[in-house]
Design a protein around this ligand. Sequence first.
Ligand code: GDD
Length: 364
Amino acid sequence: SNGEILMAGYRSDRLVSCQPLTQRIRDTGLELSANGYAAYFIEALKAIGVTEVVLAINYKPDEMMNFLKDFDTQLDIKITCSQETEPLGTAGPLALARDKLIDDSGEPFFVLNSDVISEYPLKLMMEFHRAHGGEASIMVTKVDEPSKYGVVVMEESTGKVERFVEKPKAFVGNNINAGIYLLNQFVVDRIELKPTSIEKEVFPKIAAENKLYAMALRDFWMDIGQPMDYIAKNSPSKLATGPHIVGNVLVDETAEIGEGCLIGPDVAVGPGCVVESGARLSSCSVMSGVTIRKHACISSSIIGWSSTVGQGTRLEKTVLGEAVHVKTSLEGVVYVCDDVYSNGGAVLPDREMESSNLKPESNV
Ligand code: GDD
């Protein structure tokens, strides 16, 4: 019945795409709308004869449906949603969409991570998949810092995957999973309808059975969840340099950085920020107009617009909304200590708090 999507005697007519298409990345000088981008990858699928796209959604379904209303008519492709009531991870959504993926044709389907921007050599991937005869194909690309990704160890000549290690702690190689898969229908039988990780629970097993193959992606690829990597690749001159800078760091030209700070890796400091002397920042985004007082130490956190982080404050894995003022009793005194320690948590906008209010763990 789907004769129009036959591709060189081969059919691959369904896709599952994971969340979040609605993600917006805001960073100094970089704004990307992933929604706009979705049009691009759906067009790439349509170009090779895909007739139906299934979006696996666990976040803001109404927004997504609204967006899709015009989309399927514009692109003339069937787009349906498979909506989770709880997040099912990267594999669970395939079990949820089982009825849409499994049919008598036995043809494979594509799965794309939606927070990836890439060229999509999908036709080549289909040829590769057919030629190796395994159960699953994945695209791989090379990056400098593989530990943030799924790493694939493969036999270079055939592409046969020997190991798949998600977010490895030790170096195993720099070929990483690009988040573009072509899977046989059998793969769905391996997945239970519960939160499951395709990277940790499914791919390693298929690899152990010698049925997982990887194909090198030679074209452009980036994970839009990692905007720093994008900037480092495309406009390295924007990155800050100097003795107090470690790794990829962006500092707006209107921000002031004090003496003896240690900033990086993976830090963005927005316009008009003041970072006072001796502060240490790593893996964090500091929005515009923020003041970070002396010797504060911030890691893996987001500091909302116009907030203040008090002297000696230590924040880890913490999100501060707009105009949050974390004060310490030490204001004005030059003193190095962890007066406030927050490890995990979020503070809503327009709050003012004493150190005692922000202490899931203290005296560290
Ligand atoms: N529907 C749905 N439900 N989608 C989900 C869920 C969920 O519960 N959890 C994650 N996803 C989607 C994400 O939105 C994203 O599009 C994709 O699955 C990958 O999940 P992430 O959690 O963003 O993983 P990651 O970016 O750290 O790593 C993944 O992508 C790398 C490439 O960018 C892994 O697949 C790595 O192996 C890979 O190298």
